[in-house]
Design a binder for this molecule. Structure first.
Ligand SMILES: [Zn+2]
Length: 345
């Protein structure tokens, strides 16, 4: 008899706890409302397949020699990014014409020469000290005697997405819709060399990490993998719920309202053998307790091969994925309150 009472009590406690968790989630979801939907849509329209195409073709052209960190081809690529921000009137937090955070040769573990992270930003109009970082790496594998590793997907696709989003946010600011929080565009060097650029940034941050509210990191979002051959309207999200339940639901809502992709979480599983959560630059932010989302469309036969070239990118799909990130960023930057960290890992 006693055992049964205990069991009932446990059942009761269990169901109460479950209910309150469900209620808590519902409250988080209910609080996420895209009040600026028309405005977001207007500026999302300025992100075009044609411009993404132009950036990817240029960024993965032979001219940049595979963008190996520390080599002349990567310096050229960094300069292309910098020139773009100058042309668009998007300034650097480092002041004047200085868009480079130089990662010194001594910080690289391999035999790599000094190489820049490129940084630009749009200052927040209400909470300028609170910072959202949108990132992607600019480096790749370089070249050999016979081949150039053009890296169109890895990471021409993410770089193009960043440049288009920056332009859209700048246009919105010019039209009287500045972000409430600061949005930083951070192009890391040395991702292909042990995530060195992001390791350096999180060790010597330009904005204090305790006010860095989230990191949306983009690495390879231009292709369709074998798993999705028949249903290419997807993107893999990794990490979205690990530190902030709210971030996860903001992303879900942004997708429902603006992108309508299938959000595929299978690579976010702890048991996934690829362990992608620790394999790109966002990981260095996550380790500091900063909520992250890693955007990724999966690997393919051309991954880290000289055949990762611009004509293989699906540009309309790259556009849709960019719009998802743009809408998510817009919400995080403009919501009345800073996103909440409520998880441990
Ligand atoms: Zn990459």
């Amino acid at each position: 008899m006693k055992a049964l009472i205990v069991a009932s009590a446990l059942t009761l406690v269990g169901s109460c706890a479950t209910l309150s968790h469900t209620e808590k989630l519902q409250k988080i979801k209910d609080n996420i409302v895209f009040t600026d939907a028309n405005i977001i849509n207007n500026y999302a329209q300025t992100i075009t397949s044609a411009e993404l195409n132009t950036h990817v073709y240029k960024f993965s052209s032979d001219e940049f020699q595979g963008r190996r960190a520390g080599e002349p081809g990567h310096h050229k690529a960094a300069n292309y990014i910098k020139d773009y921000y100058v042309k668009e009137g998007i300034t650097s937090p480092l002041g004047s014409n200085n868009y480079y955070q130089i990662v010194p040769e001594s910080f690289f573990s391999d035999d790599i020469k000094s190489s820049p992270n490129v940084i630009a930003y749009i200052e927040g109009s209400v909470y300028p000290d609170e910072v959202l970082i949108i990132s992607g790496h600019s480096d790749h594998e370089g070249f050999t005697e016979n081949d150039i590793y053009n890296g169109a997907d890895d990471n021409g696709s993410g770089t193009a997405a960043m440049l288009e989003m920056a332009q859209a946010f700048k246009k919105a600011e010019n039209d009287g819709f500045p972000p409430k929080r600061s949005i930083v565009f951070l192009h890391f060097t040395g991702e292909e060399v042990d995530l060195t650029g992001s390791r350096y940034y999180t060790k010597y941050p330009i904005f204090p990490l305790h006010n860095t509210i989230a990191n949306l990191n983009i690495d390879m979002i231009g292709r369709v993998d074998d798993t999705h051959e028949d249903n290419p309207n997807y993107i893999y999200l990794i990490g979205s719920e690990r530190l902030s339940t709210e971030l996860h639901y903001i992303s879900e809502s942004a997708n429902k309202n603006f992108a309508k992709l299938e959000l595929d979480y299978r690579l976010n599983s702890d048991s996934d053998p690829n362990q992608y959560y620790s394999r790109s630059d966002h990981y260095n932010f996550a380790q500091q307790g900063i909520p992250v989302i890693f955007y990724f469309s999966g690997t393919h036969d051309d991954y880290h091969e000289p055949t990762d070239t611009a004509e293989k990118i699906n540009y309309p799909l790259l556009r849709k994925r960019t719009v998802l990130i743009f809408a998510t960023a817009w919400y995080i930057a403009n919501n009345e309150k800073r996103i909440e960290v409520d998880q441990d890992s």
